[in-house]
Structures are given as structure tokens and as C-alpha cells.
Write a protein that binds this ligand. Structure first.
Ligand code: ASP
Ligand code: MG
Length: 252
């Protein structure tokens, strides 16, 4: 049995929710799992602000990036001890962005977007992989750029299915793999992204290529509801629902 799990930003938005997801994942230790994470909380939106400031060269990119740093620092301080390796790993990812700041943006907006915004997924997967290892769920961190091969349509990259399918089978053969949603890579080794909310797509690509038995998109709600409980306190859970009704609800 092979399962592909995907967790979105809302499921890993703070120390408490990450610990909760850690407990949940540990229950599946005996199974072969590939786990996809997107960026934590609202980090993708925060990094979009960084890209905008960098592109406009309005001098606000450092302040915007500081917010992303502070957010992740709070999380790693809550999960790890000071001397652990993760602090350097996270710092190195921010240094990659700071190196970009040293040059004026000479490539197109979409290219810069993908190089900067993708860091959100690298931050989240580094943290989640380390944390899961720490609590005993031994796992292998896989760089999605080694397996998801795309064209160079930045921000909306198209999958090269032949290469991708064979690379996935070559690299994702450990008992527990952790990788980034939303991210791909061109044949020239530049990072691409698959479009906003693209992590579900990554999970589907992996499940299809590995011929997985199950793909589960985990959500931070108890099941399918008639409204978003974040906005409607009276929202009710459906015990069952037909596909047709589900489609109609999703449409509205
Ligand atoms: N982090 C990306 C986004 O917010 C991808 C995803 O969450 O699926 O759009
Ligand atoms: Mg999402």
C-alpha cells in the first residue's frame, strides 16, 4: 500500500497545528507514505509581497522578507532546541533570496516570482522533515526539482510527463518521503511553479506516477461542510453527499 498525503498551509500555520499534524502522521508510520506540504500559513502571500517590492525596487523588500523570517523563527523556536541544524538550513534559504536582492531584477517578473515564492515550500518541508525525524517519524526529504520537470512557463509551468514519471519512480522509493508541492524545474535547472494552489496538483502527479493506492488531501475541517466554518459559526457537517450536490456547492 502506498499513500500520498498533502497538507496545505492552514494545517501547518503555527507550532500547535504542526504538532497536531506530527501526531497524525506518526499513526501511519508502518505505511509507505509520500507527503506533500505547501508553504506554511499565509507565507505564499507574504512572499508575493517580497517579489512585488523587489520588482518595483521600492525599498520595502527587506521589511517584507523580515516578516517571513519572523514567522518561521517563531515556529522553529517552538519546535526545536537552539543548537539544532534546522536553524542554519532555514537561514540558508533566506540567504538565497538576499543574494537576489543584491542584483537589480534583470529577468522577467514571472521568473523572479518563481525563484522567490518557491522558497516558502522549501522552508515548510525542511521544517516538517526535521520535526518529523525528531519525533521519530524517519523520513527522506526530496527536492521536488529533481522529479517534477516542466517547461519554462514561469508561474504556470507545464509538466513534462515522460521525464517526470520516470524521475518520480527513481527518487521517491523510500518508506517515508517528504517533498514540496507547487514546485517544478526546467531542463536548465531553474525553479518553476505550477500556479497558485498547485500543491494538490503535485500530490496528484505523484500519486498517478507511483500508481499509489490512495491520495489524501488533508483539510483543517472535520469533513465536507455547507459553509466555511472560518466565516460561518453555524456551518454544518454533511454525513453524506452526492457528487452532483458537491459539484453544485463547490460552484456556488
Ligand atoms: N503555497 C502555494 C499557494 O499558496 C501552493 C499551494 O498552497 O497549493 O498557492
Ligand atoms: Mg492551498
Amino acid at each position: 500500500m502506498l499513500k500520498v498525503f498533502k497538507f496545505g498551509g492552514a494545517s501547518i500555520k503555527d507550532v500547535e497545528s504542526i504538532k497536531n499534524i506530527g501526531n497524525l502522521i506518526q499513526k501511519f508510520s508502518d505505511e509507505r507514505l509520500v507527503i506533500v506540504f505547501s508553504a506554511m500559513g499565509k507565507v505564499t502571500n507574504m512572499l508575493e509581497e517580497v517579489v512585488d517590492s523587489y520588482t518595483l525596487q521600492n525599498g520595502k523588500e527587506v521589511v517584507s522578507l523580515d516578516k517571513v523570517k519572523a514567522f518561521h523563527n517563531t515556529i522553529i523556536k517552538g519546535l526545536f532546541d537552539k543548537e539544532e541544524l534546522i536553524f542554519d538550513e532555514i537561514n540558508n534559504l533566506f540567504v538565497e533570496i538576499e543574494w537576489m536582492f543584491e542584483e537589480i531584477p534583470h529577468q522577467g517578473y514571472a521568473y523572479n516570482y518563481d525563484q522567490i515564492v518557491s522558497i516558502g515550500e522549501f522552508l515548510s518541508t525542511k521544517i516538517m522533515s526535521s520535526y518529523l525525524n525528531k519525533i521519530g517519524f524517519k523520513n527522506t526529504w526530496v527536492d521536488a526539482r529533481d522529479v517534477i520537470k516542466t517547461d519554462n512557463t514561469y508561474r504556470n509551468a507545464k509538466i513534462d510527463w515522460d521525464k517526470t514519471t520516470s524521475l518520480i519512480n527513481k527518487h521517491l522509493n523510500h518508506q517515508h518521503c517528504i517533498t514540496q508541492g507547487f514546485i517544478g524545474c526546467t531542463s536548465e535547472n531553474f525553479t518553476t511553479t505550477l500556479g497558485r494552489e498547485g500543491s494538490d496538483f503535485t500530490a496528484a502527479i505523484l500519486a498517478y506516477s507511483l500508481d499509489a493506492d490512495e491520495v489524501v488531501i488533508w483539510k483543517d475541517v472535520p469533513g465536507m461542510m455547507n459553509a466555511d466554518p472560518k466565516y460561518f459559526s453555524e456551518a454544518e457537517l454533511f454525513s453524506d453527499i452526492s457528487f452532483d450536490e458537491a459539484i453544485e456547492l463547490a460552484f456556488f
